[in-house]
Each structure stands twice: as structure tokens, then as C-alpha cells.
Design a binder for this molecule. Structure first.
Ligand code: FAD
Length: 420
């Protein structure tokens, strides 16, 4: 007998968001994930007996859909730490104040440290303009900043780190419209809150989501790569190593670089061959429990470590420091040993008397996200093939490659299927 439910291919945040929403709406759903672990590019792992992630992630208060799904599905009592915006990059310090928006940020900027009064006024003008921004032409962020007369220091200490963190793309190549969309939501009241998971990224959403789907009669199949998807007279055939099953709808929720193979037999669907990718490296350094950073999250405008996170403060892992290096740069030419050594030296510059680390682990995600460049054509969730949908952080949406973009795309696919 034919299965006429929905197949979701890919168990990252996009695929699981789709599966949760479909199952809640009574649609029979089967999710196929090639890996043993759910979570895709946001997954937990164990290293030297410690709970780590494939990369240190940060969520913002404006990630409304992701936070709502985590609240609904995560079994942990307190899945994350949440604080008001508090940025520290070199000598620059910006804290949002407990005032109604936009005064929280404007007053915070006026009282910030490390910038001249003119630079603060110039940053405030740029933020205000961004809040009002209409759909201008999509240009490089560097050009937008030039047009808005942002000084070299402002760019180095504020806009460049924010752009690389949000879009994972150098300012010379990053999309101004996407950057402005992130600033608009991410610098607005509670939208700017910084949220760091206390649990690993698989526990934060994927594992609870899988239970939520199973409780509603859905199926979650891990270690089950989909080898091909064929169109039939009615619906689709999903081919794995062990079976061939039929479904009325498909949500392909794989990363863009894995899509071409899946849609090889569906020529009507445009591929993602025009996408370029950017890396993110995370270096974990384990020190004795007594070691901590002067602040829980510290940014650096020069050097290999762009951000350091004190995992003791954020998630109770005392003595564990995560260093994040996003986008292109010197690290791509270095060995993991050389990266680890450099990160240790950089931590040593802000922690006096730092002992040698007990261990270090460099995790290089070479294709962490797509390059978020101006006028990039991102495919819609609804495709030219009725019943076949695309989910993933690269599909159309206002945010760059983030957990929120992934979740929103999955929910959008579910809505399309439910309404059909
Ligand atoms: C190191 C790093 C740091 C990041 N930091 C942040 C951050 O701080 N904040 C933020 O919001 N975002 C961050 N991101 C981006 C975020 O992780 C991604 O945008 C998001 O996880 C993408 O989810 P997705 O579901 O679209 O894709 P993926 O997570 O890639 O999921 C696709 C899934 O499909 C599976 N798959 C592929 N082919 C098949 C097949 N043939 N059959 C079955 N399954 C298949 C894969 O195994 C994978 O599980 C970071 C990413 C990385 C890598």
C-alpha cells in the first residue's frame, strides 16, 4: 500500500521544524537523516568526555520562531542563558540600557566606551537610517558604510565584527540589504538579547523535536541517506539503501551543496550551483576549572580569535573557552595545531598567568554557510514541481544563513503542504 504522507529529507533545524509543524497538523511525516546525529550544521558532539558543539552558536532575541519551537519541544528546564545586548570588542563596550526601544540602544550608544562623540553620533544616525530603510539597491556592506560616512574605527570595532558574525561574509562582499534586515531586528529592544545555549545544539531542539514528531505518529529515521528522489504519476518515490517508499509531498531540507544530487531527476527545479560558501572554525581550549575570561563574551578586531566565549559562565563548563573565527582569513592557511597554539596565546594576553591547556580541539566547518552576497538568488520554498518543497537556511527569506532562517523555511514548507 502507498504511503501518501510527507517525506522530509534532512534532519537539521529546517527539516525538523517542518516535521514538527506537519506532525502537529496531523500530516503523516517521515524524516530521513543521513547522519547518526540530528542537527546538521548545529549539532552536539562529545570530545574528551565533554559536551561540545560542531561550532559555538549564538542566538538573538529576534529569533522568534526558533525560540518558540525550542520552548515547545526542548526537554531541558533552562535550555539557554539570555542577557541584554552587551558587546565588548577590543576597548569598545556597548550595553543596551533598561529603557523602552529605541532609547535602550541609543542611550547605550551614547554611554558606550571607546568611541569619540562624533563616532557615536555617526553610528546612531546610521542605525536610525537602517530602522527606516526602504528597499534600496543591494550593494556591498563596505560601500553602504562608506556612503554613510562610518569612520575606519567604527567599521573595525562595530560594523565589521557584526557583519561577519551575522552574515559570515566579509564586508567587501556582504549584502547590504540582508545586513540592514539583521540590524533592524537584531538591534531592536528584546530582539537584541544575546542567547547562548546551555545544552548542546542537538539537545536544544533536534532531539526534543524528534520526540515531538514521534509522539504524533511520525517517523524519524537516522543513518538513512536518501540516494534519489523520483517523480511518479502521483507523488514521489524516495530511494534509500534499504527501501523505496512513496509519498505525496517532499520537503528537501539539505544544505545547498547537497541539493544537486537529490534533484538530479527533477530538472524543473533550479539548483544551487551559483552559491559560494564561507567557513567557520571553533577552537575549544580546556583549562583548569579556575580559569575564566574577564567577560563572558569578548570580541577582537585583530587576531585569529574574533570572539571568545567563556563556557563556564554561559553553560557551566568552567575552564572551557570557545574561540570563533568566521569567514575567510589567515586561519585557512594554518594547521589545526598552529591555530590552537595561536588561540592559546591570544587567550593568554587577556588572562594573566594562563597555564597550558589540558587539551584543545579545532573544529573546521569549511562550508558553514553560503556567502551572503548582494542580489543573490535564493530559491523559494515552493518549487516548479507541485508537492516538492525546499527548506534550508539558503532558501528565500530576510535573514542570512542562521538557525532562524532554517526554522522559518521549514515552517513555511509545512504551511504550504498543510494549506494544499
Ligand atoms: C560552525 C558554525 C557556526 C554557526 N554559528 C551560527 C550562529 O551563531 N547562529 C546562527 O543562527 N547560525 C549559525 N550557524 C548557521 C546554522 O548552523 C545553519 O544556518 C543551520 O544549522 C542550517 O540548518 P539547515 O537545516 O538549513 O541545514 P543543515 O543543518 O545542513 O541540515 C541538513 C541536513 O541534511 C542531511 N542530509 C544531507 N544530505 C542528505 C541525504 N541525501 N539524505 C538524508 N539526509 C541528508 C545532513 O546530514 C544534515 O543533517 C553556524 C553554522 C556553523 C557550521
Amino acid at each position: 500500500m502507498e504511503d501518501m504522507g510527507t517525506a522530509v529529507v534532512g534532519g537539521g533545524y529546517a527539516g525538523l521544524a517542518a516535521a514538527v509543524s506537519l506532525a502537529e497538523n496531523g500530516v503523516p511525516v517521515t524524516l530521513f537523516e543521513s547522519s547518526r546525529t540530528l542537527g546538521g550544521r548545529a549539532r552536539g558532539l562529545i570530545c574528551n568526555g565533554e559536551r561540545l558543539d560542531n561550532g559555538q552558536h549564538i542566538l538573538l532575541g529576534c529569533y522568534a520562531e526558533t525560540l518558540a519551537l525550542i520552548e515547545k519541544t526542548c526537554g531541558a528546564a533552562e535550555p539557554f542563558s539570555r542577557i541584554r545586548l552587551d558587546l565588548s570588542i577590543d576597548a569598545f563596550r556597548l550595553k543596551s540600557l533598561p529603557l523602552p526601544p529605541p532609547l535602550d540602544l541609543l542611550a547605550g550608544m551614547l554611554l558606550s566606551q571607546g568611541l569619540s562623540f562624533q563616532e557615536k553620533a555617526s553610528a546612531i544616525r546610521f542605525i536610525s537610517r537602517t530602522r527606516r530603510a526602504r528597499q534600496d539597491a543591494d550593494i556591498a556592506v563596505a560601500e553602504l558604510l562608506r556612503q554613510n560616512r562610518q569612520s575606519e574605527k567604527l567599521v573595525r570595532l562595530l560594523w565589521k565584527p557584526l557583519c561577519i558574525s551575522a552574515l559570515n561574509t566579509p564586508i567587501e562582499a556582504a549584502s547590504s540589504l540582508t545586513f540592514q534586515a539583521v540590524l533592524k531586528d537584531g538591534l531592536d529592544g528584546a530582539g537584541s538579547d544575546i542567547i547562548i545555549p546551555k545544552v548542546d545544539l542537538s539537545t536544544l531542539f533536534p532531539l526534543g523535536a524528534a520526540n515531538h514528531v514521534r509522539d504524533r505518529g511520525g517517523e524519524i529515521l537516522t543513518s538513512t541517506p536518501v540516494r534519489a528522489i523520483r517523480k511518479k504519476t502521483r507523488g514521489f518515490e524516495i530511494i534509500t539503501d534499504a527501501s523505496s517508499r512513496s509519498f505525496s509531498h517532499v520537503v528537501a531540507a539539505v544544505a545547498p551543496q547537497h541539493l544537486s544530487r537529490l534533484i538530479a531527476e527533477l530538472p524543473e527545479i533550479k539548483g544551487t550551483g551559483h552559491f559560494a560558501y564561507q567557513p567557520i572554525y571553533t577552537t575549544y581550549s580546556r583549562y583548569p576549572d579556575a580559569i575564566s575570561l574577564p567577560r563572558p563574551m569578548m570580541g577582537f578586531s585583530r587576531g585569529l580569535s574574533q570572539w571568545l566565549f567563556d563556557r563556564g559562565t554561559w553553560c557551566g563548563q568552567k575552564g572551557l573557552i570557545a574561540a570563533v573565527t568566521s569567514s575567510e582569513g589567515e586561519h585557512l592557511t594554518l594547521s589545526h595545531d598552529a591555530i590552537a597554539k595561536k588561540v592559546h596565546e591570544e587567550i593568554g594576553r587577556i588572562v594573566p598567568g594562563l597555564p597550558l591547556p589540558l587539551w584543545q580541539k579545532v573544529i573546521a566547518e569549511k562550508r558553514a554557510t553560503f556567502s551572503c552576497t548582494p542580489n543573490l538568488e535564493r530559491p523559494a520554498q515552493k518549487t516548479a514541481v507541485p508537492g516538492f518543497h525546499l527548506a534550508g537556511d539558503y532558501t528565500v527569506g530576510k535573514y542570512p544563513a542562521t538557525l532562524e532562517a532554517a526554522v522559518r523555511s521549514g515552517l513555511s514548507c509545512a504551511r504550504l503542504i498543510v494549506s494544499s
